[in-house]
Structures are given as C-alpha cells and as structure tokens.
Design a protein around this ligand. Structure first.
Ligand SMILES: [Zn+2]
Length: 278
C-alpha cells in the first residue's frame, strides 16, 4: 500500500496497465479495513507494507513514511510498516531514522535503482555516502532490518545497474549487527550473487517477493540450505502478481524433494516472526 496520488503519471500508468483491479487497490490504499478484508479472504495473517522515498524517479517523497505509519496503525498486530530515508534527499538522516522508528516503522527499504545510489556507497566520502552510512548505522542501533531492492526495475527512469547485489557484501561486512534482507533475490540477473551472499553472511536474508514460486527451483536450486533466513513475499500489487494467497499455496505445492515441510513453514511463517516479532 502506497500513497498513489504522489506517483509520477508515467509510473502510475505502468502500475495501472498491469492491473485490471487497480481501482480496488486504490480504494484499499485509502482504507486499511479493505486490505484486512482481502488478507482474510486470501488466508494471510500479516503483511509488510513496503514504502520508501524516491521523489525524482517515482514521485513519492518522505511523506510516504507518514502515510505508511498512519496506515499500519489501524492494525499494528497485522500490518508491518516499512519506510525509508533517501540518502540523496535527507537532511539529518540519523535523526530521520530515529523518528521513523519512534513512529512505529519496523524496517527500512533502500531501493538503489529508484534512489540512484549503490548499496555500498556508505563507503564514499560524499554527502549521499555519509547519509547512507548514517542510515545503516542508526538502523543497526535501533534493530531495524534494512530491506535492499536487488534485481531489475521496469519503471521509467529507474537505473538497473544499481540493482546489482554484489555491493551488499560490503554492507554486511561493515555492519555485522544489521539484518539485511535482499528483496527479490536479484531477479532475474543476479540470483547466483544473492545465493553466495546468503551463504557467506549470517546477517543477510532473502525475501521471495517478485519471484514466481514455480520458478524458485530454477532460480535457487539450493534454497533449502539457507531456508532459515528466507521470508515469503510477493510484491503484490505490483504488475503481474495476482494474489498473495495463491503465491503462498504455490510455495506449499513445491516438491518435498526441493523444500520439505519444515523449510516451507520457516519461509511462510517462522522466519518472518523472527524478523518482525509480534
Ligand atoms: Zn523492490
């Protein structure tokens, strides 16, 4: 759920063209009860609502954090607010992260292809680099997981090269106390890099959002080896993702030889509860 009225027209058009039910999504974004009804229907207990600022590429700015904090407050036991501080636009990034944590934001999303920053630019002696270091450091101190977008983006103005996850190695090395979630597993160009980082770093996690469950055995043939740090996700309502519950059932339907029941339960429930305790 995002504040759709602050999307750039071209971005909104890309969303709308991929979703015949887009008007219903808009209505849900204005009324949390409609989303909760949908979650009930589709058999999902809790949802993480991914927001971040990307004013020059996507249209929405830091006001998206106020939106998601207010939205999730309607049902804090079921809705997990994810917000973001933009390294190129934040004036006092450490204080900004503190304010978001105080407001109930449970995790931060960094979107390199939409923010136009490399994940490892915390090492750069530039304003954006120092800001990113402050964001990572403060998130680690407050126990907020940082979800980093990995892989491509289809939106106009996005820069795909920033989606290469290899720089997350530097983040994991420099912030061993920070839980880093690689969103989308580097799909479709960098899955091998993501799998390597998962095996190398105990503080690196993977979310399955944006990956069709049926393609998992092809993309991550050895997913079971890291299944203690993999969380289910869909990227719903992004174009092409029809239904959250259907994707969850599709994970359950994967062959036992690929993921046994314990691994599926971890991915669909237990790992998320470790990341976002009740
Ligand atoms: Zn993403």
């Amino acid at each position: 759920m995002q504040p759709w009225e602050s999307f750039r027209p071209a971005t909104l058009e890309r969303m709308r063209s991929g979703r015949p039910d887009f008007d219903r999504i808009i209505a849900m974004s204005r009324d949390a009860r409609l989303l909760l009804d949908y979650l009930d229907q589709t058999g999902v207990e809790r949802a993480a609502l991914i927001n971040y600022a990307a004013p020059d590429v996507m249209g929405f700015g830091h006001e998206t954090n106020d939106f998601v904090a207010r939205y999730a407050a309607a049902a804090p036991d079921r809705l997990i607010a994810v917000g973001g501080v933009h390294p190129r636009f934040a004036t006092d990034p450490a204080a900004h992260v503190e304010r978001l944590a105080d407001a109930g934001i449970r995790a931060l999303k960094i979107h390199p292809p939409h923010m136009l920053v490399r994940p490892e630019s915390h090492q750069d002696d530039t304003p954006a680099g120092r800001a990113l270091a402050a964001i990572y450091g403060t998130a680690a101190g407050r126990g907020l997981p940082v979800i980093i977008h990995t892989g491509t983006s289809v939106f106009p103005g996005a820069r795909v090269r920033f989606g290469d996850p290899i720089g997350i190695d530097d983040v994991a090395v420099d912030y061993p106390g920070l839980r880093i979630v690689m969103a989308h597993g580097g799909r479709p160009l960098w899955m091998e890099t993501c799998f390597f980082l998962l095996r190398r770093h105990p503080n690196v996690w993977l979310d399955l959002s944006g990956i069709p469950p049926k393609s998992l055995p092809e993309y991550f043939p050895r997913l079971r080896e890291v299944s203690d740090r993999v969380v289910f996700g869909t990227d719903w309502p992004s174009p092409g993702v029809r239904d959250i519950g259907a994707n969850a059932l599709a994970v359950m339907d994967l062959p036992d030889s690929y993921l046994d029941t314990a691994a599926k339960t971890a991915i669909l429930q237990d790992n998320a509860l470790r990341l976002f305790p009740r």
